[in-house]
Structures are given as structure tokens and as C-alpha cells.
Write a protein that binds this ligand. Structure first.
Ligand SMILES: Nc1ncnc2c1ncn2[C@@H]1O[C@H](COP(=O)(O)OP(=O)(O)O)[C@@H](O)[C@H]1O
Ligand SMILES: [Mg+2]
Length: 356
């Protein structure tokens, strides 16, 4: 016998990646939040990893789109279609979300209209309940922080489109800051740098590759280099240049300055007791961008605050949304009263959807 009554999902709808956790199964899907759309018909040609593989290689008639930009649903229909496709992938042909409870993480500071759009995306297909949770809270839970205690915990989540710093205590967000610098802004800086330094035009995927292979924020050993292929901007022909880790190291200074500044201003915003807790307990790093080499060491050097990299930095948010499900199972009523939750004002709405 299996419990067919209600499926439970924790979803991290990120600007770069969508990660889905299913209660009882673990992480069941991890795909880039990308689609490829045919320009003539507006039809979606590919989703996720398949669409991502087309970046920089798509013919003129295909447009590559990130439906979530800077953590916000920039196109409601495309976001819905993408999420629907991912759920189908998990469920096979069964109606997705039917009789399910979904916790979905949303970025801190989005408008109520955008929040509503996220909930509707999920409820639209018949989920019983869609509860949005703020991403820092989900990430902190996923990283194993004791967010319910009367103690200040700080988390820095470096995603694709944005990075967020948040201080949490007693299950709620006390202070937070979001910056538009994240993994993607580093890729853009690399594209600009290679253009200026070598007169070479490179694509997004190449830039990300350089970041992952050469990127470091602590002084690299000499001799770490990589051949980079692109198009010569003067002659218009393919050309290969060699980029060193040292160059990327220097380039990343600006990113570090922004992160340190964001941490400082969030600390300034919160009560002194909580700031004291953070100085003592340290900061948890998570998000794909936190995999940047040496980030914990460098940030600790710059801020003089202990920095810890989360166990599964990129999966934290989905895991945390999943933990939220388990909390609900255990305590039953937590959702209505706790400040940690965005109240599920959508109950009536979902009942109505369910009867359709
Ligand atoms: N090893 C790595 N080093 C540096 N950046 C990385 C690494 N792996 C992934 N990233 C970056 O992490 C970002 C995605 O992080 P993620 O937390 O999944 O974003 P989001 O929450 O916005 O979907 C991308 O910009 C990606 O390039
Ligand atoms: Mg994220």
C-alpha cells in the first residue's frame, strides 16, 4: 500500500535551476530553469537541460528564455509551462499536482502580485495547497540551521540572478538584503573582460565554464590556465586565447566587495543582540555561486566573521522546502501561526480549482 492520497513536494524555483524534492523520495528533479521557444509559432521546443544545451547554438528561429529573471516570474505562461513539464517528468502522464501539497520557495522581497503568480502557477493544475516560503528561510532550514531558536543566524545565498543575505531568528526573517550580483553577473563580467583584453567575443556557456574552471577568490597557484575559443572582434574569425586563473582572480574583486558590503549593511539593520550572535556563530554560505573556489576563506578574511559552506549548497533551498513539509506533518498547525510562513491564503481558491 502506498499513500496515494497526497503527494508532497518542496520546490526551489530558482533563476538558474529548478530543484524539486519529493517527500519520501528526496531530490527527484534538478534542471536549469530554461526553455527554448520557436519565434514563429511561440511554441516551446525544449525545456531544462535540453534547452540549455542549445544556448549559443540555436538557429535564429529559436529563442532561449529564462522565464524567471532575477528570481521573479517574468513570464507567467512560460513559467507555468516549464513547471508543468518538470512535474510531468516526475509523474509520467498523471495529472500533475493533483492532490498534492506543494511548498515553493520564492525570493525575498518580491511583490504580492508576483507571489500570487507563483502560487497560481502551482494551484492552476489542481494542487490542494500551494504555500510560498521565502527562499532564505527554506535555504537556512535546508542547511540545518536552528531557525526556530531565539538566536540570530545569517545565511548568504548566491544564486544565478541574485544573492541574498538574511538574518533569521525565531522562525522569521529579521533583516535581509538582495543584490543583483550573482553567478550570472560574474559570467557577464568575464564576457566583458575577454572582449576588452583580447578582442574576443565569447558566449555565456564559455564564460560560465571559465568561471567554474578558473574562478577563484583566493590567490591561485601560478600556471592554471585554459584555452578559450571565441570570435575575433576585428577579423570576425574564430580565435583561441589563453586565460589564466590569476586574471579571473583579479576580476572577481568587485564581486567580493559587493558581497561584503551586503553582509555589512544587513548586520547594521538588525538588533545588536542578533548581530552579536552572527559574529559568534558565523555565516552559512549556500547557492550554486557559493561553490566559487575559496569563497569561504576570502569572506572570512574580509569580514572577520566565521564562514561555513553548507553541506549541499545548491540543493539547500529545495531540501529546506521539503523539511517544511515534514514540520507540517509533525506539528499540524504551524502553518497558520508561525511568522516563518507565508499564510496559505489560497485555500478557498484551491478548493475551487479542485472541483473543476
Ligand atoms: N563550481 C561552481 N563555481 C562557481 N559557480 C558555480 C559553480 N557551480 C554552479 N555555479 C553557479 O551557480 C549559479 C546557480 O546557482 P543556483 O543556486 O542554482 O541559482 P538559482 O537559485 O538562482 O537558480 C550559476 O550562476 C552557476 O554558474
Ligand atoms: Mg536559489
Amino acid at each position: 500500500m502506498f499513500n496515494a492520497w497526497e503527494l508532497q513536494f518542496g520546490i526551489d524555483l530558482g533563476t538558474s535551476n529548478t530543484i524539486i524534492y519529493q517527500h519520501g523520495k528526496g531530490i527527484v528533479l534538478q534542471e536549469p530553469s530554461v526553455i527554448a521557444v520557436r519565434q514563429d509559432t511561440g511554441e516551446i521546443q525544449a525545456f531544462g537541460a535540453e534547452a540549455q544545451a542549445m544556448i549559443g547554438r540555436a538557429p535564429g528561429s529559436l529563442e532561449i528564455i529564462y522565464p524567471l529573471q532575477e528570481g521573479v516570474i517574468s513570464n507567467y505562461n512560460w513559467s507555468t509551462a516549464m513547471l508543468q513539464h518538470f512535474m510531468r517528468k516526475i509523474h509520467g502522464r498523471a495529472p500533475w499536482f493533483r492532490r498534492s501539497k506543494v511548498f515553493i520557495s520564492i525570493p525575498c522581497g518580491i511583490t504580492s502580485v508576483q507571489k500570487r503568480a507563483v502560487e497560481e502557477t502551482v494551484l492552476h493544475k489542481g494542487s490542494n495547497k500551494a504555500i510560498t516560503i521565502e527562499e532564505p528561510l527554506a535555504a537556512a532550514l535546508g542547511a540545518g540551521l536552528p531557525v526556530d531558536e531565539p538566536m540570530g543566524n545569517m545565511i548568504l545565498n548566491i544564486g544565478g540572478g541574485t544573492s541574498q543575505v538574511a538574518i533569521l531568528s525565531l522562525g522569521g526573517i529579521v533583516a535581509s538584503r538582495t543584490t543583483r550580483r550573482g553567478g550570472l553577473s560574474i559570467d557577464k563580467d568575464i564576457i566583458e573582460y575577454v572582449k576588452k583584453e583580447y578582442n574576443l567575443e565569447i558566449g555565456e556557456r564559455t564564460a560560465e565554464d571559465i568561471k567554474i574552471r578558473l574562478g577563484t577568490v583566493i590567490k591561485p597557484e601560478p600556471g592554471i590556465r585554459m584555452d578559450v575559443r571565441g570570435r575575433d572582434m576585428v577579423e570576425g574569425l574564430p580565435k583561441t586565447v589563453t586565460v589564466t586563473s590569476e586574471e579571473i582572480y583579479k576580476l572577481l574583486d568587485g564581486f567580493i566587495v559587493t558581497m561584503v558590503e551586503t553582509i555589512r549593511s544587513t548586520l547594521e539593520d538588525c538588533p545588536p543582540e542578533l548581530a552579536g550572535d552572527v559574529m559568534e556563530q558565523g555565516i552559512i554560505l549556500c547557492g550554486g555561486g557559493s561553490l566559487l573556489k575559496g569563497l569561504d576563506i576570502r569572506l572570512q578574511e574580509e569580514t572577520q566573521i566565521p564562514i561555513h559552506l553548507a553541506d549541499q549548497p545548491q540543493e539547500c533551498t529545495a531540501l529546506g522546502a521539503g523539511k517544511m513539509l515534514e514540520y507540517d506533518v509533525k506539528t499540524g498547525k504551524r502553518s497558520a501561526s508561525s511568522p516563518a510562513w507565508t499564510a496559505p491564503k489560497s485555500d478557498a481558491y484551491s478548493a475551487q480549482e479542485e472541483s473543476v
